[in-house]
Design a protein around this ligand. Structure first.
Ligand code: ADP
Ligand code: MG
Length: 468
């Protein structure tokens, strides 16, 4: 890891009008300097302006609006003062977690997540207890407004997060109705990874002289090594396997233009023994969570997805992105390859192009200002190694937050009680009803057996090994 770059006056949080407790908390979080989108948007947002901010996924947009809405918040006033609209429950959960971290400096700020797919009754009960900040999906928020269970009279900040994706998902009208129920005197902050036409319309309807801040993947391009391969149609799916066996990335996100192609690719890869899963829109939320947990836990090597299914995903360690086919849209290409090479890491972006796709490649080159580096499939050798395997496997423990299980309980059971070295245990993820723990592949069967007769948090647990 590189040492943190020295702060300059403009990218230091201390240059902002934030209370000392907040600055101290940011230090504790390890946020030593602002990310570019934070540096561009926070001075405007803290000055009270409405804001349209565009920057790629993973650029720190949550803290950009989070610090602004917290600055508007009066913790002693027990009423909903901020509302954050997000496209999916997953993203709402991520935002809630980040807001909790940011709000830690203040005592007793209550944040409530309200999303569809969850039962109403607990949400109604939580709302009766009150909250300062509500994070949720447009449909469910609207539901609560209609029932009268959510009151927005005291609202001072409305945030539309991932606005482009909410539009894609058809939430325009729901957002319009929700915005109408917010007091006219308020600050509206709109965040988006891309800037499709609909955004201008949306902002014209709900925002007051918004300032615009746009950052186009400024820093990412340099660290991403892009390679293009020309393929014939019948070689395309097999070429993905060649890339995997040659470069041997631990985690790869493979993008296809259509669901059909995703399905075909997963079949081919699984048939060849790769741990590959498809992430598609029709998955139940629980199955989607499970796929993502397995991928983040390095228990599957390849996640295959369309652009829509992968929007908003933030995966920290992604070694490679493969464009199984070329997207007709240059911005989409940028977002695809921007998924790799996060933070200080570097990453690979491979693109497979048939003759028919050369025009698209040309458009991408022109739009992004680079010239593509072409390689031949024949260069790809599988170096006579074992087939590529995911290093870990994921165990699912039936029992989660509802049973008050914490990651430390599981780690303790595995390391203290059963004596496994910490290094053999990977990501631990506690959801509402399930806990997932990644363990080294070679140990997986043994851990399964031993843990099923051991105790977690003083209780025996039921568990299973997820296929992978
Ligand atoms: P986006 O919403 O733009 O996709 P997020 O807000 O989810 O991005 O942030 C991505 C990651 O960067 C998160 O893990 C967050 O904790 C981290 N992060 C945000 N701001 C900073 C900062 N100033 N310094 C270090 N890490 C940060
Ligand atoms: Mg975000």
């Amino acid at each position: 890891m590189n040492p943190a770059p020295a702060s300059t006056p403009t990218d230091s949080f201390a240059s902002l009008p934030l209370p000392p407790a907040t600055l101290h908390n940011l230090q504790r979080l390890g946020y030593h300097t602002m990310t570019p989108i934070q540096a561009a948007s926070l001075p405007l947002a803290l000055a009270g302006h409405d804001l349209i901010a565009q920057a790629k996924t993973g650029s720190g947009k949550t803290a950009a609006f989070g610090l602004a809405l917290l600055a508007n918040l009066n913790p002693r006033r027990f009423a909903v003062q901020s509302l954050v609209l997000c496209p999916t429950r997953e993203l709402a959960d991520q935002v809630t977690q980040e807001l909790r971290r940011l709000a830690r400096a203040e005592d007793h700020i209550k944040i409530l997540t309200l999303c569809g797919g969850a039962t109403m009754r607990p949400q109604l009960a939580s709302l009766e207890h009150g909250a300062h900040i509500v994070v949720g999906t447009p449909g469910r928020i609207l539901d609560h407004l209609e029932r009268g269970s959510l009151d927005l009279q005291a609202l001072n900040t409305l945030v539309l997060d991932e606005a482009d994706r909410m539009l894609d998902m058809g939430f325009h009208d729901d957002i319009a109705v929700v915005a109408k129920q917010c007091p006219a005197q308020r600050q509206t902050l709109l965040f988006s990874a891309t800037y499709p036409e609909g955004i201008a319309k949306l902002s014209a309807a709900f925002m007051r002289q918004p300032k615009e801040v746009k950052l186009l993947q400024a820093h990412a391009a340099a660290k991403i090594r892009q390679r293009f391969y020309e393929v014939r149609e019948e070689q395309r799916l097999h070429a993905v396997a060649l890339l995997l066996n040659h470069y041997r990335p631990v985690s790869t996100l493979a993008f296809c233009n259509t669901k059909q192609r995703c399905r075909e690719l997963v079949q081919v890869l699984r048939g060849m023994g790769f741990a590959a899963l498809e992430l598609h829109g029709d998955l139940e939320q629980r199955d989607r969570d499970q796929v993502l947990v397995q991928f983040a836990g390095q228990s599957i090597s390849v996640l295959v997805a369309t652009d829509i299914a992968a929007r908003g995903l933030d995966i920290a360690e992604l070694e490679a992105v493969i464009n199984v086919d070329i997207t007709p849209d240059a911005d989409t290409h940028t977002h695809r390859i921007g998924r790799t090479a996060r933070a200080d890491a570097s990453g690979w972006a491979f693109s497979l192009a048939s003759m028919d796709e050369m025009g698209r490649v040309g458009q991408i080159e022109q739009a992004l200002g680079f010239s593509s580096e072409w390689h031949k499939l024949e260069e790809l050798t599988d170096s006579g190694n074992e087939p590529l395997r995911a290093p870990m496997r994921t165990l699912q423990i039936l029992g989660g937050r509802k049973e008050k299980i914490r990651p430390g309980d599981v780690l303790g059971a595995l390391t203290k009680d059963l004596g496994y070295p910490g290094a053999t245990i990977g990501k631990i993820n506690v959801n509402e009803f399930s806990t997932y723990v990644a363990v080294q592949r070679a140990l997986a069967d043994e851990v399964l057996k031993r843990l099923s007769t051991a105790k977690v948090k003083g209780r025996s647990v039921r568990l299973r090994l997820l296929p992978g």
